[in-house]
Design a protein around this ligand. Structure first.
Ligand code: FE2
Length: 281
């Protein structure tokens, strides 16, 4: 199966412009490129020559070789390493309308305790997969409250009757009988495994990533080769990624809400937003 990144050149340009608070015309003027060309790139109608991409990358503080690779489809992250001894990750590739989204089942191998990480907006698929695997999830962990991540709680509540964890700064989605608010650095137990809370706001005010050993479920903060849309704050999202996620060990696996799994090392080496922007602690 061909691996498809979540974002294309047009998406990356638009998000990088957003970071500078530039219109398409601002970018065109600064890079001395026709506004029509910018509009066509962002509408996925054209991919310009390498010199134009380099020029656009420089004015937008993006890493030029990484942006060329992304534009030409020359890079996808290496497949994730196998799950470790203590837990298993099951990824559900779902659709909300025609829009692909991922959610995950996290399973403690020893106790078979399990958690749903985001709903994929598709509770029936989650319930079906849990039944196939003989699981009764005891936690629903939300990375944020957008419908494609938190929709369908009512059905999940009926099926599993388990609480929903979410950051208190996030709008509360409807449908559950029990919400629990989380704090940065807090540890949740799932069977014999520990889930660490990393607050990673910026895509939304209360964005959360869930870290289990060397695996992070990162919602819509970072994508392979790109970043989430900064609906709440671009600089906050950038800091969440560069200070909380990409400072983790290189081999850390990142499971995002859209697009393929990746690692900290892959993103530090190939993501046009973050190449050279991370200072290790
Ligand atoms: Fe989202």
């Amino acid at each position: 199966m061909t691996i498809k990144l979540e974002d294309e050149l047009g998406d990356v340009l638009e998000k990088a412009r957003d970071g500078k608070d530039w219109s398409q015309v601002d970018l065109a003027r600064t890079a001395q490129v026709s506004p029509d060309v910018i509009a066509k790139i962002e509408n996925y109608e054209t991919i310009p020559d390498d010199n134009t991409i380099i020029n656009l990358a420089r004015v937008l503080d993006l890493h030029p070789p990484s942006l060329i690779d992304l534009a030409r489809g020359n890079w996808v992250p290496l497949p994730p390493t196998p799950d470790p001894e203590k837990f298993e990750v099951v990824c559900l590739n779902l659709l909300v309308g025609s829009y692909p989204v991922k959610c995950y089942l996290l399973i403690c191998r020893e106790t078979r305790s399990s958690a749903v990480i985001d709903t994929g907006g598709n509770p029936d698929a989650v319930i079906k997969k849990a039944a196939e695997l003989g699981l009764k999830p005891e936690k629903i962990l939300l990375t944020h409250a957008h419908f494609d991540h938190a929709g369908g709680l009512q059905k999940l509540d009926k099926a599993f009757a388990c609480p929903v964890w979410i950051d208190k700064k996030e709008p509360k989605p409807s449908g559950s009988h029990s919400y629990k608010y989380i704090a940065d650095g807090e540890i949740l137990k799932l069977g014999k495994i520990n889930i660490e809370i990393l607050l990673t706001p910026g895509h939304t005010p209360g964005g959360v990533s869930y870290k289990v050993e060397g695996t992070v479920f990162s919602g819509d903060s970072i994508f392979a080769g790109s970043m989430g849309r900064a609906n709440s704050s671009w600089s906050t999202l950038f800091e969440s990624i560069t200070q909380k996620l990409l400072t983790l060990p290189d081999e850390t696996r990142l499971f995002p809400g859209h697009g393929p799994a990746t690692t900290v090392k892959e993103e530090k080496m190939h993501n046009p937003f973050f190449f050279g922007k991370v200072t290790s602690r």
